[in-house]
Design a binder for this molecule. Structure first.
Ligand code: UDP
Ligand code: MG
Length: 321
């Protein structure tokens, strides 16, 4: 892989007027150093994505991109949420860049990890995941809820990288493959492990927000986790089916038990009939729900029309190593 790749750093921004100047200053120094050391091309840029901010974020982005050659921006027509803003930025940047890094505007993700990410990219990795090695600077509440989030997702069968959010490096071809995932309920960190290719991790300390408040309160985080699970896993449906099978088996045992009680006369009139009916009907209901759920799960994954395979190397293509 040639060194001197064009790097685009994609940064979604929602009401970030307080942090944008500081972020710009830091990223400018970083990019200039990388260009000077000939690690990246001088055509590299930072692309801010304004996600329908209600404050002066877009005006600031325009001002910065007029003044600074290394900065550019796009603006969404309205607020669509972090994941959609990020996707918009990635799919726009891929037409200009060889390699893209996504990061938040608040500099909570250590920008010094960029060097190591690029090193791993030049070593032949197509995806480099930024992983938080510790959350000392997060409040206890944020730490517990955030880590619980990853554990719960893994438990529910979603293949994600533990403690990795959306700080990651992606090669151009990875983002091109991403554009074939047409799903509307976006959970990007679940998609990249599906895309595959050679990948690695870079560890960093999660910092405090440089200014402003979190745009991800607990309520948003919970709905994000729920979105992630229901977009990537049919495990909840499988659980319904399993419960259905268990209740059905118990119902058969209960029916035999009630008939025995009836036979030995240890029952009042009507009891056997009622008990048998309740168990049998609820057992059949749960089982049916589970079976219907299995079909719905299949329909759901069909409607997403995700690619069934992605080719990483083709020997007929002379450019592939
Ligand atoms: N963000 C966005 N659209 C939204 C909410 C957030 O683009 O609707 C951006 C925000 O500007 C920031 C990133 O997403 O760059 C992460 O948000 P934040 O730092 O508030 O989340 P936290 O780090 O607290 O989880
Ligand atoms: Mg943040």
């Amino acid at each position: 892989m040639k060194k001197d790749s064009i790097l685009y750093i994609v940064v979604p921004c929602y009401n970030e007027e307080e942090v944008l100047k500081i972020t710009t200053k830091k990223l400018k120094t970083k990019l200039n150093n990388l260009i000077k050391e000939k690690i990246i091309s001088k055509e590299s840029k930072v692309m801010y994505v304004n996600d329908g901010s209600k404050d002066k974020t877009w005006e600031l982005i325009e001002e910065i991109s007029n003044k600074e050659e290394l900065f550019t921006g796009i603006s969404l027509s309205r607020n669509r949420g972090h994941q959609n803003a990020l996707l918009g930025g990635l799919l726009t940047a891929k037409d200009y860049a060889d390699v893209i890094i996504s990061m938040d505007a608040d500099l909570q993700d250590d920008i010094n990890a960029i060097d190591e990410m690029l090193e791993k990219y030049y070593d032949g990795n197509d995806i480099v995941y930024g992983v938080r090695s510790s959350r000392k600077k997060d409040s206890l509440f944020k730490k517990l809820t955030a880590e619980g989030f990853y554990k719960f997702m893994l438990m529910m069968g979603v293949d994600i990288v533990y403690n990795h959010a959306d700080y990651r490096l992606m090669s151009k071809r990875v983002v091109e493959e991403l554009s074939n995932f047409k799903e509307v309920n976006l959970f990007l960190r679940g998609i990249f492990p599906i895309i595959g290719f050679k990948s690695d991790k870079v560890y960093y300390q999660r910092e405090k927000r440089v200014a402003g408040g979190s745009k991800y309160p607990l309520k948003k985080m919970l709905s994000f986790a729920f979105d992630g699970i229901t977009s990537f896993s049919v495990k909840p449906i499988k659980m319904v089916l399993n419960i259905g099978i268990i209740i059905f088996v118990i119902s058969l045992i209960m029916i035999i038990y009630s008939i025995i009680r009836k036979a030995i006369g240890a029952t009042v009139a009507g009891w056997t009939f009622i008990v048998c009916s309740i168990w049998l009907i609820s057992g059949i209901q749960m089982l049916s729900l589970g079976i219907i759920g299995e079909y719905i799960g299949k329909i759901y994954s069909e409607t997403k029309q995700r690619p069934r395979f992605i080719i990483s190397k083709n020997l007929l293509n002379k450019n592939d190593k």
